[in-house]
Design a protein around this ligand. Structure first.
Ligand code: TXA
Ligand code: MG
Length: 329
């Protein structure tokens, strides 16, 4: 049993819970909360010892920087000195929302930024973190609230499954809306580099900035986003990314102790154990069910999993990025 769990409504959160959470942040504690993407584990981004507790609780590699969450644009200029007017105008169109931008650091601590000189910033589209940031008066550094290497949590139950009572408070505000993390970008002179594809579509990044977009981490690229080099988001069991649907159909014919993770359209054709991710025609549904399906695979009696490939358009790019990371090595 954990006694640090508070349930509250995500649209109309309890004042008491928000005050408790912001008090803990101000005093250097760590709080897990929902965001529109996944659950985060937050601390005052300017407090090094508080941020260190996040690394310890997650078992996170010490060279992997945290995303700093803000609640308004004044905070952006405090955190980073390097935002041009043009970039600011664009951010005003999409924030609050699941887009994270890497900027020169001004105020975030050495631990949160691992001393990089840059800071990744986002304004989450979720009342709970926005209010905790506002009430505490602090920018909040928050990685996903999972144990390092595990799938990101989309419910408070999954946070507790990974972190137990390591957080001072876990706020249960229901299931996260997108189910995959924010898109991390860096603006360069001639293009925009997507360091991590996420809930904000690459097509929309291109439209917003009217610039060429490149996606990092494609084979020979060395990872500029330190977190992308680690095995990630993964179930404990082996996960095989099927090259196509036929591969799965044949595997099911020959049998074995595995589960298929796939669309309901595929499940209708199969005669073997399937964890249904949703419809191929609604990739947002697939995204929301993806990380929970990895956890279901782990809980089940199966030896391993085989997952269907999805189309890499819209949020499908983030889905396939997470599946590839989870099925590597
Ligand atoms: O949706 C999200 O972004 C969630 C919620 C809680 O906001 N947070 C999240 O944080 O996914 P985390 O720590 O799991 O992933 C942060 C990613 C890592 O890949 C990290 O390497 C990268 O952002 N990152 C952070 N600061 C960076 C920086 N200064 N330069 C490049 N990459 C950075
Ligand atoms: Mg993470």
């Amino acid at each position: 049993m954990v006694n640090n769990l508070r349930k509250t409504d995500p649209i109309n959160p309890s004042e008491k819970v928000l005050d408790e959470a912001s008090g803990i942040i101000r005093k250097g504690g760590i709080v897990a909360f929902p965001t529109e993407t996944v659950y985060g584990l937050g601390a005052d981004a300017t407090n090094d010892s508080a941020c260190l507790r996040i690394f310890e609780a997650k078992g996170r590699q010490s060279d992997n920087p945290l995303i700093v969450h803000i609640s308004d644009f004044d905070q952006l200029s405090e955190i980073s000195g390097g935002v041009s007017h043009a970039v600011l105008q664009r951010l005003e169109q999409v924030w609050p929302g699941p887009l994270t931008i890497v900027l020169p650091n001004r105020k975030a601590g050495k631990v949160a930024t691992v001393g990089l000189g840059t800071v990744a910033v986002r304004m989450p589209a979720h009342k709970i973190p926005l209010e905790i940031i506002r009430r505490s008066g602090k920018p909040i550094a928050a990685p996903s609230a999972n144990k390092s290497g595990r799938p990101s949590p989309v419910t408070a139950r999954e946070v507790v499954e990974d972190l137990g009572d390591k957080a001072d408070l876990v706020i249960d505000g229901g299931k996260s809306f997108f189910g995959v993390e924010s898109t991390v970008i860096q603006i360069r002179p001639d293009d925009i580099l997507i360091l991590r594809p996420g809930a904000f579509n690459a097509e929309d990044v291109k439209k917003l900035f009217q610039m060429k977009v490149r996606i990092s981490g494609m084979q020979s690229d060395s990872p500029i986003s330190p977190g992308m080099k680690y095995r990630h988001y993964a179930p404990s069991k082996k996960l095989i990314l099927a090259p196509d649907e036929n591969y799965i159909l044949e595997k099911c014919e020959s049998g074995g102790n595995f589960a298929v993770l796939g669309s309901k359209e595929l499940a209708a054709k199969l005669n073997c154990e399937t964890i249904v991710l949703g419809s191929r025609n609604d990739l947002y549904e697939v995204a929301r069910n993806l990380f929970p399906s990895f956890r279901m695979l782990d809980r089940g009696k199966f030896e391993y999993g085989i997952i269907e490939p999805f189309e890499e358009r819209g949020i499908g790019l983030a889905i396939m990025n997470r599946i590839r990371k989870a099925s590597e090595g």
